[in-house]
Design a protein around this ligand. Structure first.
Ligand code: 5GP
Length: 209
């Protein structure tokens, strides 16, 4: 199969609470994109459904999938394991579907290292400020202040990985962030590069730290 006919791997990463999952859901409404559903050992949140948001499995099942070499990538994030199963994703890519991965920087590094024969587009999403991030995390995990604090602490480490992504977008407004991502993807899928202001992003990162 020629490279052109294959789908692209589109990775969206962000520190927890930057609004990435909402963006992924919006993008996947477009039939051009198929969202990879990860496996996780995390317990479901109230609004989450097994097989739609994640495949929720226990540690033993996760370990079996690792042993059977089923994962394209997997990582431990906040004491839970998350992984992308290989087969279903490769089938989609070979059918010409563009697959969106909502994964962290560790998984992104593993996929980059695999050097697969599919176009790879990676986008890192940042929140506009720490205050907004805290609000978003608090609204989501209202019952558990500890989780919010843990994720805020992790934030400073996670954002350092922005440099390894092709593009960085600030999610200050959902619609404009969505438009920016779609424009990047449309360009890339037509083999055109988009510009993004690296100096501005560097300044924004310094502000966030
Ligand atoms: P959450 O628990 O908030 O749904 O996800 C926590 C983090 O795990 C997010 O940064 C999310 O992108 C990441 N994540 C979700 N699925 C996967 C996966 O399959 N692999 C990796 N490496 N990270 C994932």
């Amino acid at each position: 199969m020629s490279l052109q006919k294959r789908g692209a791997m589109i990775i969206l990463s962000s520190p927890s609470g930057a609004g990435k999952t909402t963006l992924v859901k919006l993008i996947s409404k477009n039939k051009k994109y198929f969202t990879s559903i990860s496996h996780t050992t995390r317990t479901p949140r109230l609004n989450e459904t097994d097989g739609i948001d994640y495949f929720f499995i226990d540690r033993k099942q996760f370990q079996n999938l690792i042993n059977e070499n089923e994962f394209l990538e997997y990582a431990k994030v906040f004491d839970n394991y998350y992984g992308t199963q290989k087969k279903s994703i490769i089938d989609k890519l070979d059918e010409g579907k563009n697959v969106i991965f909502d994964i962290d920087w560790q998984g992104t590094e593993q996929i980059i290292k695999r050097n697969l024969n599919y176009k790879l587009i990676s986008i890192f999403i940042l929140p506009p400020s720490k205050k907004v991030l805290h609000e978003r995390l608090s609204n989501r995990d209202m019952k558990d202040k500890l989780i919010v604090e843990e994720r805020m602490k992790q934030f400073d480490k996670d954002i350092l990985h922005w440099i390894n992504y092709n593009y960085v977008v600030i999610n200050d407004d959902l619609n404009s962030c969505y438009d920016k991502i779609i424009s990047i993807l449309d360009n890339e899928l037509n083999n055109k590069k988009s510009n993004y202001d690296k100096v501005f992003i560097e300044k924004h990162i310094k502000k966030l730290l």
